[in-house]
Design a protein around this ligand. Structure first.
Ligand code: OVV
Length: 408
């Protein structure tokens, strides 16, 4: 912990501030986070995490309010626990995740163009063909691992193909995403082990962000074309390809894995989806609400402010529990129920405000296609062994989910 953080942690808190001593990044909490989430949510709209000397919110309203107020709660000091004003970032900051307007706006515009509705629609038939092929194979196999064989296999095929990467070494993409999301957390075992491999994996990633590594006509090439047109520089295009490769794999692996987990655990919900596979898009949003792949992000106060009646000083970290906000009973009735017939819109799994996930349409299309095609062809997802979570300081992801597929 750096000296600044310590000074903050021992300062006098406003009277009545709820203090939480538990560590939300402890491994037993990461494995089963929802009990602590409920405690923090019920303690108040804003709580103080004594272990880290930071603010946190586990409620839907305050999480959304902070995300929308990007001028007060900035991203340029980093969206993990580390404050870039006092600790150098472990890699050159993301041009889009870890910036504020006006710098953010230009990078975001280039990415939004590369990931537009039109660009994503052009990918649909290939994404569908790949899902069909995969499911053909898996129905032959019957006994599968839902994580390795679907949640990893599908995104790791279709998304890097769409970006324009060749097939070699794609396991590095999983390792890199996993490590970046661990580094957002505190100095614990998960973060230290991530940093230990960051030089080697980071070098592989940077080589694959170069223009020469990307096929013509892909999303990566599109960013370099934005550079040709003068919207961004070629160096910036490379860093934005890095953003695609960081944020685009582990997150969708998590979304699809969590979807299989939800439906394996709630067979009556699978029966509902089977009756109307056209509900797959909607059902995937309920999965994202209920088991958000990205559980947390931080912001930093750019000036002294007030939130839910509590004074926050300048340059303080605030940890937003998006996955807990998604289960806030103030926002959804029976929020701890997985129910594909509810209205999950407004969930925070993609964030909200100017930093809302720029690739969300691609993620939604991957989730929709795989769920729709499975619902059309698989009568029952039988879980044949324990679901094992892969602990990560930010992500809620499975490592393993043994399944038997019963063909329709
Ligand atoms: C949303 C997100 C997560 C992680 C990394 C990045 C973005 C990035 O821009 O590198």
């Amino acid at each position: 912990m750096n000296p600044d953080t310590r000074a903050v942690s021992t300062r006098e808190l406003p009277a009545g501030t709820p203090v939480i001593d538990a560590d939300p990044f402890a491994e037993d909490v990461l494995a089963a986070p929802y009990k602590l989430h409920a405690e923090m949510r019920e303690a108040g709209p804003l709580v103080w995490l004594s272990k880290y000397g930071i603010w946190a919110s586990a409620r839907h309203r305050e999480c959304a309010d902070v995300l929308k107020d990007y001028e007060t709660f900035c991203s340029s000091a980093g969206v993990g626990l580390a404050n870039f004003k006092t600790e150098p970032p472990f890699r050159p900051p993301s041009l889009v995740l870890e910036t504020d307007p006006p710098e953010h706006t230009r990078a975001r515009t280039a990415l939004a163009r590369a990931l537009s509705q039109k660009a994503v629609t052009a990918l649909q038939s290939e994404f569908e063909a790949q899902a069909d092929q995969l499911i053909d194979r898996l129905l032959q196999q019957r006994d599968i691992d839902g994580v390795a064989d679907i949640a990893i296999a599908y995104p790791l095929k279709v998304f890097p193909d769409a970006v324009g990467l060749n097939e070699e070494g794609r396991e590095n993409l999983l390792a890199y995403g996993n490590l970046v999301f661990n580094v957002f957390g505190p100095d614990n075992r998960l973060r230290r082990e991530a940093l230990a491999i960051s030089a080697e994996v980071g070098e592989w990633i940077m080589r694959h962000c170069e223009r020469g590594a990307l096929s013509l006509g892909g999303i990566g090439d599109d960013l370099y074309q934005a550079a040709d047109q003068g919207l961004i520089t070629a160096e910036e295009a490379g860093l934005l390809v890095r953003s695609l490769l960081t944020a685009g794999i582990d997150t969708t692996v998590g979304g699809i894995g969590n979807a299989l987990y939800c439906f394996a655990q709630h067979p009556e919900q699978w029966d509902l989806l089977r009756r109307d596979p056209g509900q797959a898009k909607h059902a995937f949003e309920e999965v994202l609400r209920f088991e958000a792949p990205v559980q947390t992000f931080f912001r930093t106060s750019a000036k002294a402010t007030e939130l839910a009646g509590t004074a926050i000083a300048e340059n303080e970290k605030i940890l937003l529990f998006l996955g807990a906000g998604n289960r806030d009973p103030r926002r959804w009735p029976d929020a701890d129920q997985f129910d594909i017939t509810r209205r999950p819109s407004g969930h925070l799994a993609f964030g909200t405000g100017i930093h809302r996930c720029v690739g969300q349409r691609v993620a939604q299309m991957e989730g929709e296609i795989i769920l729709r095609k499975l619902a059309e062809r698989v009568e029952r997802l039988e879980q044949t062994g324990p679901a094992i979570h892969r602990l990560n300081n930010t992500l809620r992801n499975l490592d393993s989910l043994p399944l038997r597929l019963h063909g329709a």
